[in-house]
Design a protein around this ligand. Structure first.
Ligand SMILES: O=c1nc[nH]c2c1ncn2[C@H]1C[C@H](O)[C@@H](COP(=O)(O)OP(=O)(O)OP(=O)(O)O)O1
Ligand SMILES: [Mg+2]
Length: 209
């Protein structure tokens, strides 16, 4: 039996996406939710890369197994790239997804949005935006990291759509699909998303090694 892959995350949305992706490769995953006594990791890096490495190293050194970590977030053009690495705590420490989404709409509501044509249902697109995901795979035996980054471009809509995904997905509009990220199946999200993209790059790197 091959070992499950340990993902250094407590985010159930991420866990579901990785479980789906790795299932197709015949692998299962476990996360820090399976180790409730494992202490919270302080993500005090200035970049997605730094935080991904902090999470991978903390778990890898503790468990002495190879660990995958994901640090990700949303860059909103009209907010000069905010919330960026602060995406998880945009509305404050311990904020829920709904709080962060409300804060995002509040901040964008303060700006004068250009008079772009609304969508058929009246939805307005408030700003260009990009999801970013940095994956770090850390091997405690060598102390080495393998790192990849994935992005996806879209817009922030003025109202939520869809029940899938997590985080900012209901507000993230994909013009090429005419749907929000939360309206995609797991399969569709993996094919287009920052995380799916970063994971495809990581698997490619591992294959050529
Ligand atoms: O596909 C996504 N769809 C919607 N929102 C997303 C996505 N990917 C990241 N995000 C948002 C959620 C959270 O506000 C932040 C990640 O913060 P980040 O610190 O990497 O994750 P987290 O604290 O939720 O879990 P953990 O650190 O245990 O992996 O960006
Ligand atoms: Mg986090």
């Amino acid at each position: 039996m091959t070992q499950p892959i340990l993902i250094a995350t407590k985010n159930q949305g991420k866990v579901k996406e990785f479980a789906h992706a790795f299932e197709k490769l015949g692998r299962t995953v476990v996360s820090l939710n399976d180790f409730p006594t494992f202490p919270d990791i302080v993500e005090d890096g200035d970049t997605f890369s730094a935080n991904a490495r902090i999470k991978a190293k903390a778990a890898g050194d503790a468990f002495q197994v190879t660990v995958l970590a994901d640090d990700s977030g949303l860059r909103v053009a009209s907010l000069d790239g905010a919330p960026g690495v602060y995406s998880a705590r945009y509305a404050g420490e311990g904020a829920a997804d709904a709080d962060n989404n409300a804060k995002l709409l509040h901040e964008l509501g303060k700006l004068n949005v250009d008079a772009a044509e609304p969508l058929a249902d009246g939805t307005r697109l408030l700003s260009k935006a990009q999801f970013v995901c940095v994956l770090a795979l850390y091997d405690p035996a060598t102390g080495e990291f393998i790192e990849t980054e994935g992005t996806v471009d879209g817009f922030i809509a003025d109202r939520p759509r869809g029940e899938g995904g997590f985080g900012y997905d209901p507000l993230f509009w994909l013009p090429q699909l005419g749907r929000s990220m939360a309206e995609l199946s797991k399969e569709e999200k993996q094919a287009i998303s920052h995380r799916g993209n970063a994971l495809a790059k990581l698997i490619e790197k591992l294959e050529v090694k």
